[in-house]
Design a protein around this ligand. Structure first.
Ligand code: FE
Length: 206
């Protein structure tokens, strides 16, 4: 039992399983508490930079893009991003297909490349609605997909994770890889947003 806001609540099944397993692994010397705390801290700090770097490379290097679409996990490793045990499938947005990702069952997400999933990704409304009315859900994110573009929804699971390769925005022809990566947000990689070139602030005489 643990104390929480004045009342005692029992641990849930999964909390108990996690604690038991962790204590056993530490007791048997497989891992240390410090190593677990370090891995959790690194996970919390991680953002979508790794996924964004892969996209920027793919935009600049057609051969890398082909390898990435054939095997996302290997393409991640090629850039030095470890994805042990993760089967990553990269889905490419084109002029006639837009891709969006969900885990209808729980919250499967390529955390090694995108960091922790946002709260809405794990929410029941997103998980149930995006498969039924993706166009409407995307519009609520401010992403209007033209009617002629079909939307494909990909359901992640424990064995495979998806990441979207967005379309490179027009007007970025001479951009460096680093600058291009800066356009790729977490939401672009999930497919609920499109990369946007920041508007130049209008100079105004005061
Ligand atoms: Fe899941």
């Amino acid at each position: 039992m643990r104390k929480e806001t004045g009342s005692y609540q029992p641990y849930s099944y999964f909390q108990l399983m996690e604690i038991s397993l962790r204590e056993l692994l530490v007791e048997k010397g497989v891992v240390t508490e410090d190593a677990i705390a370090g891995a959790m801290a690194a996970m919390r700090e991680r953002g979508p930079e790794r996924g964004a770097a892969m996209v920027a490379r793919a935009w600049l290097d057609p051969a890398y893009k082909a390898r990435m679409l054939a095997d996302g996990s290997r393409a991640a490793e090629e850039l030095g991003f470890e994805v042990p045990g993760l089967r990553l499938i990269v889905v490419e947005n084109t002029s006639d297909t837009h891709n969006v990702i969900v885990c209808t069952l729980c919250s499967c997400y390529p955390r090694m490349l995108l960091g922790l999933p946002p709260e809405w990704y794990k929410s029941r409304p997103y998980r149930s609605r995006v498969v039924r009315e993706p166009r409407k859900v995307l519009a609520e994110f401010g992403t209007k997909i033209p009617p002629k573009v079909q939307i494909r929804v990909h359901d992640s699971n424990a064995d495979m994770r998806y990441m979207v390769l967005p379309l490179r925005p027009a007007g970025t022809e001479r951009w460096s890889e680093e600058r291009l990566a800066g356009l790729v947000t977490r939401d672009c990689l999930i497919g609920v947003a499109l990369p946007q070139i920041p508007k130049k602030p209008k100079s105004r005489k005061s």
